[in-house]
Design a protein. Structure first.
Lengths: 304, 229
């Protein structure tokens, strides 16, 4: 093996690690808001990702059947629609269900688990019981070759770009905007927030909807990587919670650091071991670290 | 500015406030004194809408706010500094002050806040939770003033605060009363602090006002006897 080939392999391996990192981060961002900020254990979070994926699938079906000429461009509006559809469903769910359970976190867990089962059955009965995949535009297929021996998959680059965009957006919203202040104030002290003039019911509803919308975006992005089935969401949920809990629940930087370290450990170990062993080792390491630091990697140190 | 008529408040079956009447004019500091458990905090919470009153009415600037949730009362001009300060610990000092603007009718940050509380200007980027108790109390008052209220409610502002800061707070309250002509209602157990600022004294006992005296009629010895446990 020439030096050039080794270099190419390292570059591609490095990219696959980064790619997994962005996938994990994208999944975790929505939950970092809902679980990390609001403290709601949303077991149906994976199903909101599935909603996003199905929206892209439906857009793809519609374009194929009614406007085949738009195949190259439908994807971007589909991703935007995925955000709004998942967000709108989240808005309604908050209004009908979550709102009544803020004081009962364990009941929320059960209720949202039930919701996730109901949503899965809805996908099965009304969309398709089998796995479906969207017809992707040309520009998302194949690979990009910076040199003849390096191949970087285009869908990976797309997911990466989207993740950077969404992370930056969430960061600015949570830490630099008035909405972010309202959200953080409400989650810290609901009664006092109302007493300084914040309409906390509205803040809760929009925050939950935003988290669900971001889950929808993640789901839409994953249609470029794999197919979508009624239970796809439940495959994501464990990793998603893992990233958020490991990072330290109320901390965005923690979420990013945690997604990065889990993804890098995972892809590095996969290179040397089987993927099942890699998963076992990563999980065990995380369990040990969480036993020593139950609050996660990053926390806000404060007097109370 | 604020007008309370026959206010009753209960927790479940047990009534805590038994028909309170109160009228306070602008530019007046009204002190409410009473021992623990006499209903001071309950009264304040019900004025702010944190707990619902069972009957009676509360008007601010002529507007009936009795049925309004807290955040709408703030828009009508009541601001609240609760017992135990309740600043937002993980928000910075500046962000804490911005939350005060949520209830403001102008939406503009009053420029004199940092003149009244120079210590907050120095600590602008620090997290609220990392401030000392006295600084947190000043932050809580500044946050309430940021909304430019007509009526300011302060529930035991000197509790657990070092004496030098208590003096500062008294000065600030007097300044604010004179410069903004707002009504300040303050509940207290510390007599010296109260005597320094009050225009009028109300004594609360068992959920009822038992005395109502203007400043020059207050008999310090009598009040001290009432406060003794």
């Amino acid at each position: 093996m020439s030096l050039n080939e080794v270099g190419s392999m390292i570059a591609m391996q490095g990219f696959s690690g980064l790619s997994l990192f962005t996938v994990l981060l994208l999944m975790a961002l929505g939950l970092a808001i809902i679980f990390g900020q609001m403290g709601v254990i949303n077991m149906a979070h994976g199903e909101f990702m599935a909603i996003g994926a199905y929206v892209v699938y439906l857009f793809s079906q519609l374009t194929q059947n009614y406007a085949p000429g738009l195949r190259e461009v439908y994807f971007v509006p589909a991703v935007v629609a995925a955000f709004f559809v998942a967000g709108a469903v989240g808005y309604v769910v908050e209004m009908l269900l979550i709102r009544r359970l803020y004081k009962r976190p364990l009941d929320t867990l059960l209720a949202t688990w039930g919701l996730s089962l109901a949503m899965q059955q809805f996908f099965r009965s009304f969309i398709n019981p089998k796995e479906v995949s969207a017809e992707l535009p040309e520009w998302l297929l194949g690979a990009f070759n910076p040199t003849p021996s390096i191949q970087v998959p285009r869908n990976g680059i797309f997911v990466m770009g989207l993740t950077i965009l969404v992370s930056a957006g969430v960061y600015l919203l949570m830490l630099k905007s008035r909405w972010g202040i309202r959200i953080r104030a409400t989650t810290q002290n609901r009664v006092m927030s109302s007493a300084v003039g914040i309409n906390t019911d509205r803040v809760d509803r929009f925050t939950f909807a935003l988290g669900c919308g971001i889950a929808g975006l993640a789901g839409a992005a994953f249609t470029t990587i794999g197919s979508t089935g009624p239970t796809s969401g439940s495959l994501y949920i464990v990793d998603t919670f893992l990233v958020v809990v490991f990072g330290g629940a109320a901390n965005l930087i923690g979420t990013i650091a945690s997604a990065f370290s889990i993804a890098q450990a995972q892809s590095l170990l996969e290179f040397f071991l089987t993927s099942a062993m890699a998963k076992v080792l990563t999980l065990m390491t995380i369990i040990v670290i969480l036993m020593i630091r139950p609050q996660g990697l990053f926390t806000n140190k404060l007097r109370t | 500015m604020i007008e309370v008529n026959d206010l009753h408040v209960s927790y479940g079956q047990s009534e805590v406030i038994h028909g309170v009447n109160l009228e306070a004019k602008e530019g007046q500091i009204v002190a409410i004194m009473g021992r623990n458990g006499m209903g001071k905090t309950t009264l304040f919470k019900s004025l702010m809408g944190v707990i619902r009153s069972t009957s009676g009415s509360i008007k601010v600037g002529g507007v009936d706010v009795t049925k309004m949730p807290s955040y709408k009362r703030v828009k009508q001009g009541i601001a609240y500094v609760p017992q135990g300060r309740m600043i937002f610990p993980s928000l910075t000092v500046w962000e804490n002050l911005l939350t005060g603007l949520e209830g403001s009718r102008t939406g503009k940050f009053p420029t004199d806040i940092f003149t009244l509380f120079p210590v907050l200007a120095e600590m602008k980027t620090r997290r609220g939770g990392n401030l000392s108790g006295g600084q947190q109390q000043q932050l809580a008052i500044a946050r309430a003033l940021a909304a430019e209220p007509k009526v300011l409610l302060l529930d035991e502002p000197t509790e657990g605060i070092q004496p030098s800061v208590i003096k500062d707070i008294a000065q600030v309250l007097l300044k604010v009363r004179d410069s903004r002509r707002i009504t300040i209602i303050v509940s207290e157990q510390v007599l010296s602090f109260t005597m320094e600022i009050l225009d009028r004294l109300l004594v609360i006992e068992g959920g009822r006002f038992t005395a109502d005296e203007p400043r020059d009629k207050v008999d310090v010895g009598e009040v001290r006897r009432l406060l003794a446990v």
